[in-house]
Ligand binder design. Structure first.
Ligand SMILES: [Zn+2]
Length: 342
């Protein structure tokens, strides 16, 4: 049985929690509370709750721009892009917009147009404008989405080249930079001899390393560098190639490493297919398991960047097994490559 003292303590605790909650919310006007609650509901995809709170905020303050934009986002997230566009129009007509509000509306419009199947150039125009106008947080939020879109755009789409050349916005993303060759090969240089010319296709491979080696490469950048050095030694000593065969290597943590310099033709797709062909190798065995999100993000970014830089159409992105009878790059990674092409 619970002692009376225990019951008193619990009652006091409940009262304390309740009053703390009141204090937190009591300092701001009621309609702002409703907006905050609506945004919380939206975060957890409680669309009925979000709509209720945003509408309540608008009853108290009909020109509350955050509540209006909240309603537009709620309509979009619950799968009604047409209603989202109507809310965006209404927000622009009825509310005074700050810069961040305009950015949020561009994002709503871009995503709504995408869901309505409107031309990809239009979706890009909205989202890319938001990206350009936005601060670091907005850029982080939109970057991957724009990289994915870029694969469906013609190479001369406005702003595309500059966007891909600039690379990802600041942050801790592993693909923030491509590690130069000296990071795994401090003294060496490439002995490859055949010039690449302008690349016109890309082929993706896996290293087929077992889980033990791939796991060791995942431990640190130094450990990844060691695995790449061993790949290089195998290619040069066993296969009698002039250099590591691939132009880029993606480690298990999504880090991108320069391999054979891009101005030399690679050795990765067979003699008949190496010409003008950029070779990317993802460390691991993707017949056994799927690549990590970090690896997929890095591969997507790298492929899109190379396509934009060299005007490579996405139909020229291949999995090794599409050029030669091999299981490389494994069925799980092949699936990703096919998505990159489409
Ligand atoms: Zn291969």
């Amino acid at each position: 049985m619970r002692s009376p003292a225990g019951a008193v303590r619990i009652a006091a605790l409940v009262a304390l929690c309740a009053s703390a909650g009141c204090r937190n919310l009591g300092r701001v006007p009621e309609h702002e509370n409703a907006v905050v609650r609506g945004e919380r509901c939206l975060e957890v995809r409680d669309f009925d709750g979000a709509k209720l709170y945003f509408e309540r905020a608008l009853q108290a303050s009909p020109r509350n721009v955050r509540a209006r934009i909240g309603l537009a986002r709620t309509a979009l997230e619950r799968g009604d892009p047409q209603a989202a566009l109507a809310e965006a129009d209404r927000t622009e007509r009825e509310c005074a917009l700050a810069q961040q509000d305009r950015i949020e509306l561009l994002i709503v419009r871009g995503r709504a147009c995408q869901r309505l199947g409107r031309p990809v150039g239009l979706v890009w125009a909205y989202l890319h404008r938001a990206y350009e106008a936005g601060g670091a947080e907005t850029k982080q939020r939109l970057y991957k989405e724009l990289v994915r879109l870029s694969g469906q755009l013609p190479p001369d789409a406005p702003g595309l080249k500059e966007f891909m050349a600039a690379g990802p916005p600041g942050g801790a993303a592993p693909w923030q930079r491509i590690r130069p060759r000296r990071d795994w090969d401090p003294a060496g240089k490439s002995d490859a001899g055949i010039p690449m010319g302008k690349p016109f296709r890309i082929t993706v491979h896996h290293s087929a390393h077992d889980a033990f080696i791939a796991g060791s490469a995942a431990r640190s950048a130094a450990a990844s560098a060691e695995v790449i050095r061993r790949m290089h030694a195998y290619h040069v000593q066993n296969r009698r190639w002039q250099d590591i065969g691939y132009h880029f290597i993606i480690d298990p943590r999504g880090g991108i490493w320069e391999g054979r310099p891009l101005h030399f033709q690679g050795a990765h797709a067979g003699a008949a297919h190496n010409k003008g062909n950029i070779g990317i190798c993802v460390i691991g065995n993707y017949d056994a398991q799927g690549p990590s999100t970090a690896q997929v993000d890095s591969l997507t970014w790298l492929v899109r960047r190379l396509c934009a830089k060299y005007d490579i159409p996405s139909r020229q992105i291949f999995a090794h097994c599409e050029l030669k009878a091999t299981t490389c790059p494994g069925r799980f990674l092949k699936r990703i490559v096919v998505e990159l092409r489409n």
